[in-house]
Design a protein around this ligand. Structure first.
Ligand SMILES: C[S@@+](CC[C@H](N)C(=O)[O-])C[C@H]1O[C@@H](n2cnc3c(N)ncnc32)[C@H](O)[C@@H]1O
Length: 359
C-alpha cells in the first residue's frame, strides 16, 4: 500500500496547496471528479444509474435514446449506410447507445462508446460490437456520422470568475483556518476574456463558471468530423438565459440523487457540475462554419415523434382498462410516466439540445 492509498483526498489537496499555493478551480474540479484513485467518477458505483447519484434522460426511459435514434437514423439515411459512425462520449452505462442502436440500420456501422470513468468503461465493454475508448482523442479521424454527448459538458472542469463592478477576479481553492476555502486572485487573461464574452450581464459579486474545457472538447469533436452532426444535450442555456442565475452562479454538487454539500467540503465524494453556457459553444460552432440548431429537450423530442408515443401509450392504457387487465395497464402507465418526465417543462424538458451540422 502506498502512502497515497491511505491519505484522504481532502488531506492530499491541503498538502498540495500548502506546498504550491492556491489552485485554479478547474484543477480542483479535475482532481475531485477524475483522480484515478479517489475521483468521484473513478470510485464507487456507476454514478448515472439508480444505484448511483443522479438519473439522466437515457436512464429514465429508453424512449429518450429511441427518439434521438430517429434523428441518428435520418443522418444515416442522408450520409449513407456504409461507414456510418456513431459515438457517445461520456457514455456512462451505455443506455443511450443501446436505445439509439434500436433505431438505426446496421450495415458496416462503426459504434464507439467513450468514457473517462473506468467503472463506465467496464460496463460498456459488455457490448462486443462497440469500440470502447477513454476520450474524444481516441475516436478515429474524419468520421461521417453522429457524435452524441448527453450530460457530459456540465461535468468538464470550469474556472470561477467573479465580477467586482469594474473587473473580473477569479476564485482559486486555497486554505483558510485549516480548511479549503475560495480565495480571491486576479483573473487570468483567458478567463476574463471568456467571462466578458459569454458571462452576460453579471451583478457586482456575481459568479460565472468559465467553460474553457467545454470549448476545447467541442473543437476536438469538430476536428474529428468530416460530415454529420454533433449533438450536445445538457442543462443550461444561452448566456442571456443564464443571466438571472449569475448572482450566486450555477455551481453545485449532487450525491445520492439530491443536491450535495459545498464542493469544497467533501472532495471526491460528490459530483460537481454547472449549467452549460450554450452561447460559448455556438460561437465556436459558428467559427467552424457549422449549421446550428438549439432546441429545448421537450421541443426536440416532440419534433422526432415522442408525443406520438405518449398518445399511443395512453390509448393502450384505455384498452387495457376496458379489457380488465390492471397489471398490464399499470406497466404501460409507468412507462408513460417515465416518458412524460423526459418532456416535463420544468425538468428534463427544459434541458437544451444543440445540433451542430458539419457539411
Ligand atoms: C453525468 S454522466 C452522463 C453519462 C451518460 N451520458 C448518461 O447520460 O447517462 C457524465 C459522464 O461523462 C464522463 N466523462 C467526463 N469527462 C469525460 C471526458 N472528457 N471524456 C469522456 N467521458 C467523460 C464521466 O465519467 C461520466 O460517466
Amino acid at each position: 500500500m502506498t502512502e497515497r492509498d491511505i491519505v484522504p483526498l481532502l488531506d492530499q489537496l491541503i498538502a498540495r496547496i500548502n506546498t504550491s499555493g492556491p489552485m485554479p478551480f478547474e484543477e480542483f474540479m479535475e482532481v475531485c471528479l477524475y483522480d484515478l484513485e479517489d475521483g468521484f467518477f473513478a470510485t464507487g458505483p456507476l454514478r448515472s444509474t439508480i444505484s448511483g447519484d443522479f438519473l439522466t434522460s437515457p436512464e429514465v426511459s429508453s424512449w429518450f435514446g429511441r427518439t434521438l435514434g430517429r434523428f441518428v437514423a435520418s443522418e444515416q439515411h442522408r450520409l449513407g449506410r456504409d461507414g456510418f459512425f456513431v459515438a457517445d462520449v461520456g457514455a456512462g452505462s451505455g443506455s443511450l447507445l443501446k436505445a439509439v442502436a434500436r433505431e438505426i440500420e446496421f450495415g458496416s456501422i462503426d459504434v464507439w462508446a467513450v468514457d473517462r470513468s473506468p467503472a463506465a468503461r467496464a460496463a460498456l465493454s459488455d457490448q462486443s460490437d462497440w469500440v470502447v475508448g477513454k476520450g474524444i482523442a481516441d475516436l478515429p479521424e474524419q468520421v461521417s456520422g453522429v457524435i452524441l454527448a448527453n450530460e457530459l459538458l456540465d461535468n468538464l472542469p470550469t474556472a470561477l470568475a467573479v465580477w467586482t463592478g469594474n473587473r473580473w477576479e477569479e476564485r482559486f481553492v486555497g486554505i483558510q483556518s485549516g480548511a479549503l476555502s475560495l480565495v480571491r486572485v486576479p483573473a487570468r487573461t483567458e478567463v476574463s476574456s471568456w467571462s466578458t464574452q459569454f458571462g452576460g450581464i453579471v451583478p457586482d459579486g456575481g459568479m460565472v463558471e468559465v467553460q474553457l474545457a467545454a470549448g476545447d472538447w467541442l473543437r476536438a469533436a469538430l476536428g474529428k468530423m468530416r460530415r454529420g452532426s454533433i449533438v450536445i444535450i445538457d442543462y443550461g442555456g444561452t448566456a442571456e438565459e443564464l443571466e438571472p442565475r449569475r448572482t450566486r452562479g450555477t455551481l453545485r454538487t449532487y450525491r445520492a440523487h439530491h443536491l450535495g454539500p459545498d464542493p469544497l467540503l467533501e472532495p471526491g465524494k460528490t459530483d460537481i457540475t454547472s449549467d452549460v453556457n450554450f452561447s460559448s459553444l455556438m460561437a465556436i460552432a459558428a467559427e467552424a462554419g457549422c449549421t446550428i440548431d438549439l432546441y429545448r429537450q421537450d421541443d426536440f423530442l416532440e419534433v422526432w415523434g415522442l408525443r406520438e408515443e405518449i398518445r399511443r401509450l395512453r390509448h393502450q392504457e384505455l384498452d387495457l382498462a376496458r379489457q380488465g387487465d390492471p397489471i398490464e395497464r399499470l406497466k404501460v402507465r409507468s412507462q408513460r410516466i417515465d416518458i412524460e418526465a423526459l418532456v416535463h417543462p420544468r425538468g428534463l424538458g427544459d434541458f437544451r439540445v444543440l445540433v451542430l451540422g458539419v457539411a
